[in-house]
Design a protein around this ligand. Structure first.
Ligand code: PMP
Length: 407
């Protein structure tokens, strides 16, 4: 690790050693997905080399061994989120599936006229499942406004909460702006109004410690691949008392207690929501990713990323013609911006020729982009392996683009 804001952890990530477009790779698309440390890659390989078998039904040793590893991974998720019990953790394919699970199980109890409240900064995956649910049940989807700094308008949030509000869905951290929402305060307000709260933690879990008991939320969803784990695996925390009463959603093997043609009965605990053979290797590798971040410490990771974000924000502010989108006081890991006279996609393409990977577009948050009256932004998003050189490359790339475009 070299120079300013050096990362002692970059060497753990083999992919960062490969050149891209004959340049040193500056990977600043971590909001989309993170790279994987050797420990995660090795855990995946070790599972298939040493431990592969189907879980929960085998009488043989290897099946028991794979089951133990899978259940240990569930305990790792419980530790990461500080759940009261690891049996409150359901494995899913990721945040999107976690939210759809809640919409399809808990959502069965909705009545016409009931309300779901989300915020104006949600990812489509915390909007569309609720729209589909409202279409099925006659419930109504509302959203609380956000301010010009990209923060939730608390007055509007309070005003929208009412006795018909059954559930509030909100991002812990906005993927498009990096705004950190005051989740514990919002949960208190929602509970006072009698609503449950689902937190979309996709952009939070890799960037700061998360404690579902301190937040007091009812559901917490996240994706493994944004936490240095594999794609196709994620989790949903459900408050134990709620989980016990949720009906199943997908039917099949593993989620039942008994099946007959007269009717079936359901397994208890998280298994009721894990029909079929799950992503066993992915769960175990997610467990390895959790061990990895916890061994470093999420407070240390948060401090490193805050220093990167401060530095990048300051340097981008100094560039003429650059407009930052989302200037909340409390932000995590994400810098969204526009450059006068250059479309974000063109900017992204030019940065790519310099080995700088960013994202350009609406970031699956079209209502948020409409709020700002823009079609999209360029977004640099940080992870623990980024350092000052990545910011230097980003700033130099933006200046190069400005020169090329004559702006
Ligand atoms: N919510 C937020 C805030 C996200 O950033 C993302 C991923 N971009 C998602 C939900 C969806 O996550 P996934 O695609 O892993 O299900």
């Amino acid at each position: 690790p070299e120079g300013r804001l050096a990362s002692p952890w970059a060497a753990d990530f083999p992919i960062l050693a490969r050149p891209v477009r004959k340049r040193r790779l500056s990977y600043l698309d971590n909001g989309a997905t993170t790279q994987k440390p050797r420990a995660v890659i090795q855990a995946m390989e070790a599972f298939y080399e040493q431990s592969n078998a189907n879980i929960h039904r085998g009488v043989h040793w290897l099946s028991q061994h794979a089951t133990d590893l899978y259940e240990q991974a569930r305990e790792r998720v419980g530790t990461l989120l500080n759940t009261p019990d690891s049996q409150d953790v359901i494995f899913t394919r990721g945040t999107t599936e976690s939210i759809n699970l809640v919409a399809q199980t808990w959502g069965q109890s909705l009545q016409p006229g009931d309300e779901i409240l989300v915020t104006g900064m949600e990812h489509h995956s915390n909007i569309v499942p609720w729209q589909l649910l409202c279409e099925r049940t006659g419930a109504v989807l509302r959203h609380a406004r956000i301010t010009d700094t990209g923060e939730l308008d608390l007055d509007d949030f309070r005003a929208q909460l009412n006795p018909r509000t059954r559930l509030v869905g909100l991002a812990h951290v906005s993927n498009a702006l990096g705004t950190v929402n005051p989740v514990a305060d919002l949960v208190r307000l929602a509970h006072e109004a009698g609503a449950l709260v689902l937190v979309d933690g996709a952009q939070a879990v890799a960037h700061a410690p998360v404690d579902v008991q301190a937040l007091d939320c009812d559901f917490y969803a996240f994706s493994g691949h944004k936490l240095y784990g594999p794609t196709g695996i994620g989790a949903l925390y459900v408050r134990g008392s709620i989980l016990a009463s949720l009906p199943p959603w997908q039917g099949g093997g593993d989620m039942i207690r008994t099946v007959s043609f007269e009717g079936s009965t359901w397994a208890s605990g998280p298994q009721r929501f894990e029909a079929g053979t799950p992503n066993i290797g992915g769960s175990i590798a997610l467990g390895a990713a959790i061990d990895y971040v916890l061994s470093i410490g999420l407070d240390r990771i948060a401090a490193h990323e805050a220093a990167l974000l401060d530095d990048a924000t300051e340097r981008m502010r100094e560039l003429p013609g650059v407009r930052l989108i989302g200037t909340a006081r409390h932000k995590a890991g994400i810098l969204s911006f526009l450059v006068d006279g250059i479309h974000p996609h063109d900017l992204g393409t030019i940065l790519d020729t310099e080995g700088v990977a960013i994202r350009a577009g609406h970031h699956c948050a079209m209502p948020l982009m409409s709020h700002f009256g823009i079609p999209g932004t360029a977004r640099a998003s940080f992870a623990l392996y980024n350092d000052g050189r990545d910011i230097d490359a980003l700033v130099a790339g933006v200046r190069k683009a400005q020169k090329l475009f004559g702006v």
